[in-house]
Each structure stands twice: as C-alpha cells, then as structure tokens.
Ligand binder design. Structure first.
Ligand SMILES: Nc1ncnc2c1ncn2[C@@H]1O[C@H](COP(=O)(O)OP(=O)(O)OP(=O)(O)O)[C@@H](O)[C@H]1O
Ligand SMILES: [Mg+2]
Length: 236
C-alpha cells in the first residue's frame, strides 16, 4: 500500500537523504516487474524508504485512467493525453512527495514508455510528447525539492530491459489475457523498441540498457551492478 505525504509534511523539514527516482522500462514481457522487487529489497537493506509503483496508474484515479487507456481504442492524441493525465496525478500525489521526503521511488514504466509506445509504436508526434512532458513534469509545479534542481523532473536512472520482441512474446504466451497493446503484432513492438533506442540516444546519462535476453539470474546480476554503480551504498 502506498502512502503519499501531504505537501505540508514534505515542506516541514528538509529530508536528510535525497530522493531517488528509478524507472523500469521495456516492451511487454521484457522483465520489468520481475526485477523491481529485488531492487526494492536492495535499497531497503540499506535502510532506505522505498515506494514501488507503476504507470499508467499508481493512484486510484490514475488506475481508472489506465483501465480506459489500455482497454479502449481511441484517437492517438486522446491516448497520449490520458497517459500524461494519469502521470500528472501520480506525480503530484505519490512520486513527487516521496522524492521530496527523501524516499527511493521505483516505477514500473514512466514517460519513456509513452515515447516508446505512443511515439515509436503508434507513430505519434515526438515533439508533441516532448511538450506534454515539459508541462506535466515541470518541477516548479510540484512540491519543492522533488525536482532536485532540474526544471523538468526526470528519473535519476532508467533501467531499460532490452529484449527481442519474439523472445518477449514467448515468455508471455499464455500468461494472461492481453490488453490492447499486448495484443499488437511483433512489428509494433519493433517500433516500440526503436522508440526506446531513440530515448536512450536523447538521454544517455540516465539510461542503462540491460540485456534482458539472458537467464533470470544473469539479468538480476546486471541490474544490481548498474544500480550499485549508479548509487553506491553509503558507508554506515
Ligand atoms: N530472464 C528471464 N528468462 C526467462 N523468463 C523470464 C526472464 N525474466 C522474466 N521472465 C518471465 O517472463 C515473463 C514476463 O516477465 P515480467 O512480467 O517481469 O515482464 P514485464 O516487463 O513486467 O512485462 P509487462 O510489461 O507485460 O508487465 C514472466 O513470466 C517472467 O517470469
Ligand atoms: Mg510487468
């Protein structure tokens, strides 16, 4: 269960530790959900407060938007606006207050997924998504300290689980009833992957590509290595 701090609580005393925002990205079946729990344990083991959440969703209202956006066919701009509307709610209610309070926020998909799916997969205008990103993630519209000095709140680290779509499809086969994105043909996921490639090129500092086409154990090791290198445990 997630608990968002009220803005009053967040503003009361500056946290002794800086918040940390890590996102998990990749096509459906790439392994995002599988590895989030281990990363949560890794930070909790260092005494950090951890919030694990997901997009679209993460608040009751945003989960309602998720149900609409993932189940119904709609105009591409409508879809992009719904994704960002859900994100805004999630940022304002959960992510930004947690970051302002010095917590570690682990999010299963974030804005890179919108660029990959709506931009790469659906071919929707990249520049329009950029404009929505700047508006929805504007640090001065969120609790102080959440943006940590940036104008646009972004993840500190993004783990991109890169897996050939054919392998992902095999891993998912029979796992559950597909939503409207999961039901897309493989060519769609190739386009989504190209969207992630572009996002990595545009954000090389925070993006870490994880080769997800390995055993679960090897992927878990790669994940821990990247996280530990980016955010080494502090000496006690
Ligand atoms: N390295 C791996 N080797 C084999 N199977 C794996 C590996 N990693 C994950 N799996 C399995 O693949 C399936 C998909 O993994 P997971 O649910 O973590 O993907 P996901 O990225 O969260 O997908 P979605 O976007 O659909 O939520 C699961 O059944 C999981 O157990
Ligand atoms: Mg998942």
């Amino acid at each position: 269960m997630l608990h968002a701090n009220t803005p009053a609580q967040s503003a009361a005393a500056p946290p002794s530790t800086q918040g940390l925002f890590i996102t998990f990205e990749g096509i459906d079946g790439a392994g995002k959900s599988t590895h989030i729990a281990a990363v949560a344990d890794w930070f909790a083991g260092q005494g950090r407060a951890v919030v694990s959440t997901r997009e679209p969703g993460g608040t009751p209202l945003a989960e309602q938007i998720r149900a609409l956006a993932l189940r119904q066919d709609m105009d591409a701009l409508t879809e992009a606006l719904l994704m960002f509307a859900a994100r805004r709610e999630h940022l304002a209610q959960v992510i930004a207050p947690a970051l302002a309070a010095g917590k570690v926020v682990l999010c299963d998909r974030f804005t890179d997924a919108t660029f990959a799916y709506q931009g790469g997969g659906r071919g929707f205008a990249w520049q329009t998504l950029r404009a929505l990103e700047r508006m929805v993630q504007a640090a001065d519209s969120l609790p102080a300290a959440a943006g940590r000095g940036a104008r646009v709140l972004q993840p500190d680290l993004t783990l991109w689980f890169d897996l050939p779509p054919a392998v992902a499809a095999r891993r998912l086969s029979g796992a559950r009833a597909p939503d409207k994105f999961e039901a897309q043909p493989q060519t769609f996921f190739e386009a989504v992957r190209a969207g992630y490639v572009r996002r990595q090129r545009e954000n090389p500092r925070r993006f870490a590509r994880i080769d997800a086409n390995q055993t679960l154990q090897a992927v878990a090791q790669a994940v821990e290595q990247v996280v530990a290198q980016a955010h080494p445990p502090r000496a006690a």
